[in-house]
Design a protein around this ligand. Structure first.
Ligand SMILES: [Zn+2]
Length: 233
């Protein structure tokens, strides 16, 4: 059984590596954001960012495949009466996982997609103007006059700044994910859009909520620039 203890320890260490990879991916995105903010559009630098991100995706994938293989084999070994050659068994599972994951392009990874979006932002900064969310959608609402400079980042339900903005498919109002899910729960699925004057009479369903990536980026950007001003002052 000592063997399993060693494996558990190894898994813990690998989880740490996984965390580092995630941090690396976020850092790469941050650098891309810095490029976008400071309007750096050097193709060479952009290519480096792309290849760094691909490396991270590949590393994450290799690690996932390996950890899944180990997981499978330890489960198997725990149930089996015979002694299993763990190394050989892991190697076998690894080939199966690898041949599967190889079929998915690295560019499909969520973080790579995020990077590609940021790169589009770098190369076509003007496109940002219409990508900034329009809040809110209905006439007769005072907030209609909001311009790009004061996009509403406050959740109409919690009254706090949104962290994970989600958009209601029906009325296009945005809410913070945690807050609105709580609201839906407390209202037992009869939660109407909390924006005053909203014409949407349908109770909000979880399925109506779409992650608002543009607004999320906007919020992140805002936070980053606030952080920067704090740092420099
Ligand atoms: Zn609404």
């Amino acid at each position: 059984m000592a063997q399993f203890a060693v494996i558990e320890q190894a898994k813990k260490s690998l989880k740490t590596v996984q965390e580092y990879i995630k941090v690396g991916m976020e850092t790469t995105l941050d650098v891309a954001q810095d490029f976008a903010d400071s309007k750096i559009e050097s193709e060479k630098e952009i290519d480096i960012l792309k290849s760094v991100m691909k490396d991270y995706v590949q590393m994450e994938r290799d690690l996932d495949d390996f950890m899944n293989s180990v997981e499978d084999v330890t489960k198997q070994a725990a149930q089996s009466q015979e002694t299993v050659d763990l190394e050989e068994a892991v190697e076998g599972r690894l080939q199966v996982y690898k041949s599967k994951s190889q079929k998915v392009p690295l560019e499909n990874h969520e973080k790579y997609v995020d990077l590609a979006e940021k790169i589009t932002e770098i190369l076509h900064p003007d496109r940002q103007v219409d990508s900034v969310p329009q809040t809110p959608a209905y006439t007769g609402d005072e907030e209609m006059v909001l311009t790009q400079t004061d996009v509403n980042t406050r959740c109409p339900y919690t009254g706090k700044d949104m962290v994970h903005p989600v958009k209601n498919r029906h009325c296009e109002h945005n809410y913070d994910r945690e807050g609105i899910l709580h609201y839906i729960k407390t209202k037992k699925n009869r939660a109407k859009c909390p924006v005053s004057g909203c014409m949407n009479e349908n109770p909000i369903q979880k399925e109506d909520l779409i992650e608002n990536k543009e607004l999320k980026r906007y919020i992140d950007r805002k936070l980053r620039s606030e952080k920067r001003t704090k740092k420099s002052s």
